[in-house]
Write a protein that binds this ligand. Sequence first.
Ligand SMILES: Nc1ncnc2c1ncn2[C@@H]1O[C@H](COP(=O)(O)OP(=O)(O)OP(=O)(O)O)[C@@H](O)[C@H]1O
Ligand SMILES: [Mg+2]
Length: 562
Amino acid sequence: MILDNPRVINNHDPIEHNATTATGGTAHAPMGEAEHLSANGTTPASSKTGGAAHASLAAGQGPARLKLHAIRKAWPTVLANDDVGLEVAPGEIHAVLGENGAGKSTLVKIIYGVIQADSGEIQWEGRPVRIAHPADARALGIGMVFQHFSLFETLTVAENIALGLGSRTPMETLAERIIETSRRYGLALDPRRHVHELSVGERQRVEIVRCLLQSPRLLIMDEPTSVLPPQLVEPLFQTLRTIASEGCSILYISHKLEEIRALCDRATVMRAGRVTATCRPAEHSASELAEMMIGRELPRVTRAAVSAVAPEVLLAVDKLTIPPSHRYGTGLQSIQLALHAGEILGIAGISGNGQTELLDALCGESLAERAGQVRLCGQDVGRIGVAGRRSLGLATVVEERQGRGAVPALSLTQNALLTASRQGFLRGGGLVDRKAVRRFTERCIERFSVRCSGPEALAGSLSGGNLQRFIVGRELMQSPRVLLVAQPTWGVDVGAAAFIRQSLLDLRERAAAVLVISDDLDELFEICDRIAVIAGGKLSAPRPIADTDEAEIGLMMAGAKG
Ligand SMILES: Nc1ncnc2c1ncn2[C@@H]1O[C@H](COP(=O)(O)OP(=O)(O)OP(=O)(O)O)[C@@H](O)[C@H]1O
Ligand SMILES: [Mg+2]
């Protein structure tokens, strides 16, 4: 087994997998033009972005740690990177900004050697290099936290990290190093736990700790805080500032503009595969950055005034207790909940406190022990599974979009059929009305601005945020009476986030009931009518948004207040 090959570790990274199929098996092989990477370029690429926008290197003298010149990468249907230049100084924290599908992940995958550029040059500390494989990148001192997790679910945290490091360190010693590193950086992790038992936030911690253990000289982070609870973001930033002050450069991709303003020395802005600007993010407001990204003003979210909660309860949960599904799982303890027609109820909480278990119990993935514990639109559904609940008007957006929310190896049309088959797609005798599914998918792509080659695109070929737009769109277009949604705007750009939040508010206006589970308190306060907190598997009584604030909810999330 090739232990240091992330393509092996990355056992369910569908983007990579599909890259192979989508390009006829060439995506992983160095392309003919790969030699161009060693040709010596002369023009600093960033100067092409316009003198005014170009900011000089933030830190250090001498050659840039990393310099890209005229990087180009075409996928069969889209030019993902077009003449991209970028320069990162030693010890600099450099952001890559851009809307969904702008080409950010493609670019950093090229730097890490996961995919090959068609042409262009990479310079490492002043010398042209060819990075044909992630092992080459690691040998140079490049570490990467992927946008989609690259962990083996059936292995423990320590085993996954051992694979990633490719070292022969005894497991005991490695476990101690993991504990020490995770403590030092405030990223709590238990090396003995299996990855399948971990929440998304915890998995992200594994990825980050794995990278930090390699003491990288360039750390690439592709949306590292997308599911990190807010309390852990500042400690992570402290960590990043510390390692940057020690000379490690950081390439940082995020849609969270305030974080970029707080953390990053400089930013390169991309749109549709091209660099459109470079700037110092601290010198711009978040909305100015958003405008640079999307090329127009940010859409505003409007909501009708909060009215009194309607009396009609569409989803009711009564004393629902579910034991933990595994040793480290969180059980649900006597959950009490009433979700009313025409309201958005937010559930705040630090990931791993029972959110996944609650969503599973509500959508029908796990069943209640007794009758009468879960009622949907007046019917007792506690013992009914997902399909039965969907046919009563329930729709769900799970937090794990790859694998659970969508099947990466299937087309968007096929993925639409998976959850929306009740939209008149089935004819007599179980035959599928393909034209109808295709039309539905096309409408979804259009309404939710899903950037892709069309309804037959494989879900795995979409950029992270575009897949999220598709999944949310697919569920919303079924006009559910009750919508459950976890992390609705995870990984989507600011423009699309505003659109998705507005769509949830519009659904509420149509008298549907919406339950939003999110780590993002700003998001919850922006769209919810009431908010409850889940901590240790217990759900607090919901409060009207006007009667509480982020500080109070934050304390409750930490279990300090109930
Ligand atoms: N393996 C692939 N096969 C085909 N097309 C791909 C593949 N990977 C990416 N693309 C396309 O390349 C473009 C850029 O994708 P990329 O993932 O780099 O975007 P991104 O800027 O990281 O977006 P996001 O913010 O949504 O993560 C998109 O149009 C995407 O659909
Ligand atoms: Mg991406």
